[in-house]
Design a protein around this ligand. Structure first.
Ligand SMILES: NC(=O)c1ccc[n+]([C@@H]2O[C@H](COP(=O)([O-])OP(=O)(O)OC[C@H]3O[C@@H](n4cnc5c(N)ncnc54)[C@H](O)[C@@H]3O)[C@@H](O)[C@H]2O)c1
Length: 281
């Protein structure tokens, strides 16, 4: 029996709520949500009050309005970020410097070299782990395994036009009718992520595993007939060639977020909280 693990949930939106539900129902094993935080404080309170069993024997989680109070929660072992790239900038370094493990889904933030280096340094100093789930794609284990043998990695992300609403990279297309598949970005992951911050975390995750943000090629396509949030990956090198296609259903709570990314975050937390055989990590 693994002892209960104190989890701090950072972000109580679509994904945060699903992670909380999974933890409350025991699907993440020893995880016990003991604190929740959201910039939108009423949302954090709503989550705590709406899920009375959330702490599973540890009592009701706290919902502090101050970040430091959240990080100082007694028994806290891991911060699970399900919020935004801005949230990673706000919480990640402080958490890891305190020796708290960090599971972060908004991987785009890690393409900021300064933040990346500070996190690595803090993790080396305190021994805290930083976990980036595979999110809305898979095959990250494969890309990591052949990292030194890669010549080319390409990601093509296709979504329905409304999934890009509000993204800086979609500004030239905003309000225009898109009737056919339209390439709205072509370049590298370093350029794609700030232009589509809520859409291409997958580009960041893929580039962190493989060739890095400058050499990972990204194409973003708006297609009204897209069957969902589709990510196609091609990786080739001296090891051979891999082609993967993910046809994800958007989560009903947020068109920009693939349901698969939610399942991936839940599975990453379950795996973190478990012992025994870990397959494919
Ligand atoms: N890695 C992947 O493959 C992948 C896939 C899908 C989504 N994501 C990312 O996961 C994150 C969560 O997605 P979601 O669908 O739950 O979003 P959401 O908009 O439904 O919820 C986000 C919540 O976080 C809160 N929040 C935002 N910034 C904050 C901050 N600085 N401090 C505290 N709280 C903050 C918001 O108030 C909101 O309640 C997003 O960053 C999204 O881009 C990653």
């Amino acid at each position: 029996m693994v002892e209960a693990i104190g989890v701090g949930l950072f972000g109580c939106g679509t994904m945060g709520r699903e992670v909380a539900l999974a933890a409350a129902s025991g699907r993440t094993g020893a995880a016990r949500v003991i604190a929740v935080f959201d910039l939108d404080h009423p949302r954090a309170l709503e989550l705590v009050h709406g899920l009375p069993g959330l702490g599973r024997g540890w009592g009701s989680p706290s919902a502090p309005s101050a970040l430091q109070e959240f990080l100082d929660t007694p028994g806290l072992r891991i911060v699970v970020e399900c919020a935004s790239q801005a949230a990673v900038r706000a919480v990640a370094v402080s958490a890891v410097e305190k020796g708290l493990d960090l599971l972060t889904i908004s991987s785009g933030a890690l393409l900021d070299q300064d933040l990346h280096d500070r996190l690595v340094a803090a993790s080396e100093r305190t021994g805290a782990n930083i976990i980036v789930p595979s999110g809305a794609i898979g095959g990250i284990d494969t890309v990591r395994a052949v990292r030194g043998m890669l010549d080319e990695v390409v990601l093509i992300s296709t979504k329905r036009p409304d999934a890009f609403a509000g993204a800086p990279g979609f500004a030239p297309f905003e309000g225009r009718r898109i009737d056919a598949p339209t390439v709205i970005f072509e370049g590298n992951a370093a350029k794609a992520v700030p232009l589509f911050p809520a859409n291409v975390n997958v580009a960041a995750t893929l580039s962190l595993a493989g060739l890095g943000p400058l050499r990972t090629k990204v194409k973003v396509v708006a297609d009204p007939a897209s069957p969902g949030n589709v990510h196609e990956i091609m990786a080739r090198g001296s090891f051979g060639e891999v082609r993967l296609r993910f046809e994800n259903r958007p989560h009903p709570g947020n068109q920009k977020t693939s349901a698969l990314a939610v399942y991936s975050a839940i599975e990453a937390l379950r795996s973190y909280c478990s012992r025994g055989i870990k397959v494919g990590t």
